[in-house]
Design a protein around this ligand. Structure first.
Ligand code: F6P
Length: 365
């Protein structure tokens, strides 16, 4: 059946991650080869509100498969329902609802469907557009791997590789100086990235948000390693980890953002407590945005291209307002609004946790 789609829009929203360009390329090329025009929207929803777009042809889509970041730019602080217009005379921010502007701009560009490559925050921003009648399709991405409804997201595999490499390298100093080396990884409220990187690097202690820790248990464990083993310990600590009865450590609040809390700082606190209580020299490394940078691993290129082209097939089939998802090895499509505003956390009995505990990894619980 011939498709009625003539023009599509693509935007990337939320934090950048490796594989976004691979997804843009997959979608864009699949459309162009069907004779469909492709409009790139710059800087996520901010570009749709401000009507900043770029036509994407084969020239723009060539040579980007291996590039980190996103050629379209992205934004994790702008929501169509709470657009920052500027500040009043007292410096107070003025916000407005810009859903109508998004709809008018989508209409001006004659977009038959908007492809949104994003995470739960971006899909939450998509909700009012879906409700206003714009056909949308979602492609899940985030290094956090915490999008509801899919076992894997674009960016996670590369970030895990970077996290693993960092933890591997910290072994050298830990071993040589008999220190405890704490490494803080990203991941927001989920521990997937820290758990996978910690497991892959054989970290001695893994701290994730889903398993609140007791600092005394960690100290007992690293102290035991000092006397019984080589004397050093590697700790993979998620930015969202917290002590039992403690709170997550917040580094910043971003008012207008769909995801207003920026986490950070728990690694330092854990290191300080360990050194204070055990007397073992303890150092902290915070990986930060290094985890999101650089070229995507082969798996992320495959995942990005597969997700993007699967989303395009949904459009060809006239199926809208879905997000493509991987479930037990099968490609599926779930309602995009189902994924909005939810988080997929690590189940406490997940096989990765059981595997790590079997090889005597401490979770501080
Ligand atoms: O969601 C991806 C992520 O990298 C999180 O792991 C992290 O908490 C957050 O984004 C950081 O956001 P920003 O780039 O705005 O500091």
């Amino acid at each position: 059946m011939a498709t009625t789609i003539k023009r599509i829009g693509i935007l990337t929203g939320g934090g950048d991650c490796p594989g976004l360009n691979a997804a843009i390329r997959g979608l864009g090329k699949a459309a162009l080869f069907k004779g469909i025009e492709v409009v790139g929207i710059q800087d996520g929803y901010q570009g749709l509100i401000e009507n900043r777009t770029v036509e994407l042809g084969l020239d723009e889509l060539s040579g980007i498969l291996t590039r980190g970041g996103t050629i379209l730019g992205t934004n994790n602080k702008c929501s169509p329902e709470k657009y920052h217009e500027g500040n009043d005379q007292t410096g107070k921010p003025i916000y407005s609802n810009a859903v109508d502007r998004c709809m008018a701009n989508a209409q001006e560009h004659e977009l038959d469907v908007l492809f949104v490559i994003g995470g739960d925050g971006t899909f939450t921003c998509t909700k009012p557009l879906v409700e206003a009648g714009l056909p949308c399709l979602g492609v899940p991405k985030t290094i956090d791997n915490d999008i509801y409804g899919t076992d894997l997201t674009i960016g996670f595999t590369t970030a895990t590789r970077i996290g693993t490499m960092a933890l591997d390298r910290l072994h050298s100093t830990g071993d040589s100086h008999h220190r405890v080396m704490v490494c803080e990884l990203m991941g927001r409220n989920s521990g997937w990235l820290t758990l996978a990187s910690g497991l892959a690097s054989g970290s001695d202690v893994i701290l994730i948000p889903e398993i609140p820790f007791d600092i005394d248990n960690i100290c007992l464990f690293v102290d035991g390693r000092r006397t019984e083993q080589s004397g050093f310990s590697i700790i993979a600590c998620a930015e969202g980890a917290r002590a039992i009865n403690g709170k997550q450590v917040v580094s910043q609040h971003i008012d207008a953002s769909p995801d207003p809390i920026r986490l950070g700082g728990i690694g330092r606190q854990v290191a300080y407590e360990i050194e204070l209580r055990t007397g073992i020299e303890t150092r902290t490394t915070t990986l930060g945005h290094i985890q999101r940078g650089g070229e995507p691993a082969a798996t992320d290129r495959v995942v990005a291209t597969t997700f993007a082209t699967a989303a395009f097939e949904l459009a060809l089939d006239g199926k809208y307002n879905k997000m493509v998802a991987l479930n037990n090895g099968h490609m599926e499509a779930i309602n995009i609004l189902e994924a909005a505003g939810k988080q997929r956390l690590v189940p406490k009995d997940h096989r990765f946790i059981r595997a790590a505990k079997s090889v005597r990894t401490c979770f501080g619980d």
